[in-house]
Every structure is written in structure tokens, then in C-alpha cells.
Design a protein around this ligand. Structure first.
Ligand SMILES: *[C@@H]1O[C@H](CO)[C@@H](O)[C@H](O)[C@H]1NC(C)=O
Ligand SMILES: *[C@@H]1O[C@H](CO)[C@@H](O)[C@H](O)[C@H]1NC(C)=O
Ligand SMILES: *[C@@H]1O[C@H](CO)[C@@H](O)[C@H](O)[C@H]1NC(C)=O
Ligand SMILES: *[C@@H]1O[C@H](CO)[C@@H](O)[C@H](O)[C@H]1NC(C)=O
Length: 351
């Protein structure tokens, strides 16, 4: 299983290298929507405590710079941008870099602690998907000013859109929010979240997107912090949360198929991050990892965002063999493995 997916990834790589060889990316631009797994620094520019623009975040990134990415280094989305031939990353839309010709390779609208469920972002004062779409509309107007209407349209419809959301709706909202878990079963809440997902995709489609990759939920019960908080002293993945994630992912698949059939010209691909991350957690040594229960930052059991900082005690010296960087987010080396798997399943989006 592991071997064959590696093989697929290698073959895909070879193909891509041939395509990318003339120095042109496979698609005109890349647009990113969602939460902390893909946020490249938008939260730096808003009033929220959910931030990662201070050390040790970014210590293995270019120039050892904390950018607001919730990682020691690159995100899976960064590796994906490289894989399809970009030499820089779509700028965080609220950052100073998001202007002029820098906008030609796309933009990143993601905001940590936002979800498909609009109220999740409200709790944390972050940017809900509805606002991310408004920014995308604003972006399009800027793009038209730079390259004209006709070129802008072909950039918009030819580019790849990466959507990663939903985890915060469960981990940062449903499971800890009596106003939700006392009112809805997980299944009912999942249905509500999926409905918001479908609406989001339709709106993105209406704004011109045609090649959309949407990631599944990760194994929610295997994150270091969720094991600590919900694992009742068993140092293992929380089975119930993983089952919830799998059942959500099945709905995501079904709904995506319906959307794909309904919206003409849409290529909507579900990109599985559940299995690759689950494999890393349960069989770390197969992939050259040594630690999967504890994250690198601090005690590794919980810390994320402002709790993972320069003064956190216990932060590991080298995150390379850690699956997780902080209590909720994979390390750069895990992101590399995840991005290889995204590439293999998302090939139709860029070819
Ligand atoms: C639009 O694209 C064409 C062909 O790719 C290019 O020659 C032209 O300069 C572009 N127009 C603008 C305003 O950038
Ligand atoms: C994308 O937009 C360009 C320019 O408007 C148009 O020529 C092309 O047919 C569009 N392609 C798709 C797949 O909609
Ligand atoms: C979703 O569908 C794809 C193929 O259409 C399949 O490979 C994948 O296992 C499905 N995932 C889930 C979570 O059902
Ligand atoms: C971390 O360890 C890896 C090998 O596991 C090594 O290749 C790398 O250079 C180390 N990085 C740092 C910053 O020491």
C-alpha cells in the first residue's frame, strides 16, 4: 500500500518534471482558501489571538522567518506550489506582498481558526469563508486592472484552487461548545457543515473557479492536543473523533460528486489527507519519523499559537523526525509527505 502510493507519487513527479521543465508553472495561478493548515499569514493582519508570526514558528522556513504559517517550515500547500512549478508562493492576501505583479501567481485567503461553519471564525475573530470570497472578488478587480478583463478571465478559470477547512469547526468549536454538542449530534452537525461547504463551492464556481481541490479532514483524534484533551489518559488516537472524521469525509465525497455533476465544466477533486497522516501517526518509522505522539513545540502535548513561543519549555532541537510541529499542526517534513500524496490524487487538476 505504502509502496504503491510512493510509486504513484514518483511517476507523477517524473511527469510533472517533464511538464515544468520549460520553467512555466502548469497553471497560471493558485488560490488558497481555508484555515490554519494553509494560512500563510493573513491572521497577522487582523485582531485575533490565533497567530503564528513569532518564533519558534518558521524557524526552518526561508530565512528562518516566522510568516504566520502554523509550522516550523513549509506547509503542504507550499510544497504543492513548488510541485506545480511556482518559484514563490501565492501571497497572503492581507499582507504587503499582495500587490502589483505579485498577484499574478494567485493569492492566499486562508485564515487560521475559520471553518465552513461561519460561526467558528466569529468565535476567534478570524476571517470566515464568506469574507475570504469577498476578498477574492476584490482580488479579481485588481487583477483586471493589471492584465485586462480577458487575461484575467483566463487566469481565473485556468488556475487551481485549494480549499482546506472543517477541522476547526469540530476541534475548535463543536467538541468544546455545549451550544453545539448539546443541541446537535455529530452527524447533524456534519450535515450542517457539509451544507456550508456546498454553498462555498457553488459561490467559488460562480466567481469563475473551475479546478478545485478540497482536502478531507485529517484524523482529528490523532492530533497531539486532541489526544491530550479528549483521550482520557490513553496515549492513543481518539477513536470516536477519527470515526467522526471518516464519516464527514464520506459525506464530503458524496457531496463533491453531486456538485461536480451539477456545475458544468467544474473539476472538483477530493484530496485525501486522512490516510497519509494516519499512516504517519501509526507507522512513523516506515517514513523515517521517530515521534508521532508528541509535537516538537513545548511539551508537545498541547501548545499551539501563542502557547507555542520562544519561552515554551521543552521545544525539540530538530523537528525533522517529528510528525507534528505543534499540538495541532504537522511538521514541515510531514507536510512534504502529505503534499506528495496530494499531488498524486490531484494530478487531474493541473494537467
Ligand atoms: C494578455 O495576454 C496576452 C497573451 O498572453 C499578452 O500578450 C498581453 O500582454 C496581456 N495583456 C496584458 C494587459 O497584460
Ligand atoms: C476561460 O476564459 C477564457 C477567456 O475568457 C475563455 O476563452 C475560455 O474558454 C475559458 N475556459 C473555460 C474552461 O471556461
Ligand atoms: C472518495 O472517493 C475517492 C474516489 O472517488 C476514493 O478513492 C476515496 O477513498 C473516497 N474517500 C472517502 C473518504 O470515501
Ligand atoms: C535535523 O536532522 C536531520 C536528520 O534527521 C538533518 O538532516 C538536519 O540537518 C537537521 N537539521 C538541523 C537544523 O539540525
Amino acid at each position: 500500500m505504502r509502496f504503491s502510493s510512493c510509486l504513484v507519487a514518483s511517476v507523477v513527479y517524473l511527469l510533472m518534471e517533464v511538464y515544468v521543465v520549460n520553467g512555466q508553472p502548469l497553471v497560471p495561478a493558485m488560490f488558497i482558501f481555508g484555515d490554519s493548515v494553509v494560512d500563510a499569514g493573513n491572521n497577522n493582519h487582523i485582531k485575533t489571538i490565533v497567530k503564528a508570526n513569532f518564533p519558534p514558528y518558521g524557524r526552518d522556513f526561508l530565512n528562518h522567518t516566522p510568516t504566520g504559517r502554523f509550522c516550523n517550515g513549509k506547509l503542504a500547500a507550499d510544497f504543492t506550489a513548488e510541485n506545480i512549478g511556482f518559484t514563490s508562493y501565492p501571497p497572503a492576501y492581507l499582507s504587503n506582498e499582495a500587490r502589483g505583479n505579485n498577484l499574478l501567481i494567485g493569492a492566499n485567503f486562508a485564515s487560521a481558526a475559520s471553518g465552513y461553519y461561519e460561526a467558528t471564525a466569529k468565535i476567534y475573530h478570524t476571517i470566515p469563508l464568506s469574507q475570504q470570497l469577498k476578498y477574492f472578488k476584490e482580488y479579481q478587480a485588481k487583477l483586471v486592472k493589471i492584465v485586462g478583463q480577458s487575461n484575467a478571465s483566463s487566469i481565473i478559470n485556468g488556475s487551481v484552487y485549494l480549499v482546506n477547512s472543517g477541522s476547526s469547526d469540530f476541534v475548535q468549536n463543536y467538541y468544546i461548545n455545549p451550544l453545539l454538542y448539546k443541541v446537535y449530534t455529530v452527524k447533524e452537525f456534519s450535515d450542517i457543515v457539509i451544507k456550508s461547504y456546498a454553498t462555498f463551492i457553488e459561490e467559488l464556481y460562480d466567481l469563475g473557479a473551475r479546478r478545485i481541490g478540497v482536502t478531507t479532514l485529517p484524523p482529528l483524534g490523532c492530533l497531539p492536543a486532541t489526544i491530550t484533551i479528549f483521550g482520557s489518559d490513553i496515549n492513543e488516537c481518539v477513536k470516536k473523533m477519527n470515526e467522526d472524521a471518516v464519516s464527514f469525509n464520506n459525506k464530503l465525497n458524496d457531496t463533491s460528486l453531486i456538485l461536480q455533476n451539477k456545475l458544468s465544466g467544474l473539476n472538483l477533486v477530493v484530496l485525501d489527507i486522512y490516510q497519509p497522516l494516519y499512516d504517519l501517526v501509526t507507522k512513523p518509522s516506515d517514513n523515517g519519523f521517530a515521534e508521532a505522539r508528541k509535537a516538537c513545540c513545548g511539551t508537545g502535548l498541547l501548545e499551539t499559537s501563542i502557547l507555542c513561543n520562544k519561552k515554551s519549555v521543552g521545544t525539540c532541537a530538530n523537528a525533522t523526525e517529528y510528525v507534528f510541529w505543534d499540538g495541532f499542526h504537522p511538521s514541515e517534513s510531514a507536510n512534504k509527505v502529505i503534499s506528495d500524496s496530494l499531488l498524486a490524487s490531484g494530478i487531474s487538476l493541473v494537467s
